[in-house]
Design a protein around this ligand. Sequence first.
Ligand code: HSE
Length: 294
Amino acid sequence: MRVKVPATTANLGPGFDTLGMALELYNIVELTALPQGELVVEIEGEGISNIPRDDSNIVIKIIRQVYAKAKMQPCGFKLKLINHIPVARGLGSSAAALVGGAVAANELCGNVLTDQEVLELVTTFEGHPDNVAPALFGGVVVSAEVQNAQGSEVVSRKIPPPYGLKALVAIPDFHLATKKARSVLPRQVPFEDALFNLSRVSMVIMAFVHNDWELLGKVMDDRLHQPYREELIPGMKDVFAAAYDAGAIAAVLSGAGPTLIAFARENTEDIARAMKEAFERHGVKATIQELKPS
Ligand code: HSE
């Protein structure tokens, strides 16, 4: 079974833990069931030396969870991960790995689980749905965990990939663990900051629904996470300013960072150069990639 899963950029500015967009950069997960309990894990790609090849591998864990939920007999596996999404950079590499493993395992089980069950299983593992949902469904996805009579469920709605919008990702050459990027967030925020984000995230969704890039440029701003994470990403504000000066529609932190992402319809070469140079002024080497929404 071979599954292709996109990178994702979560938050999209004010949509902390609720908005995400799939990008045209993919990891491949290949999974074969082995009759005996043997486990073979092969990994290709950059930054993979610390990824475990045994039962502690998160993809193996989610595969076993899918088998258990589908009430299938436990067995061995040959798992091959071909990674193109950089690890721990804010582009959803762990969500992609988990979604790929879960979808491949579900296929081997005869697709016993629904997409909704896969979404919820992986979200429970990942902790929040904003990378998981677009990795599974593609496009821009709005998702939330809500309470129900059984406990909780993930509700999500997909907006088709925006047409004509390009993403420029500036990927610094250092890792930032999501756990660390979440540890700097406050327990409480001022009421006016909550209101600021509430009004803007509503408008960001409207902008994506209507492909209204003028609106997007006015509202893609955040007060819930970006200001607190700035200390972890040297030059963040300058890179945003450089992207805007070069003609970007909007520039935000991609997920928990450290990747910064700018959205544009034109001038993409100028924006890419400006972001790279702004990072360099702060001693950060960054790779810039132009990606389309997927
Ligand atoms: N919404 C998450 C965060 C995405 O910003 O922490 C990273 O997994």
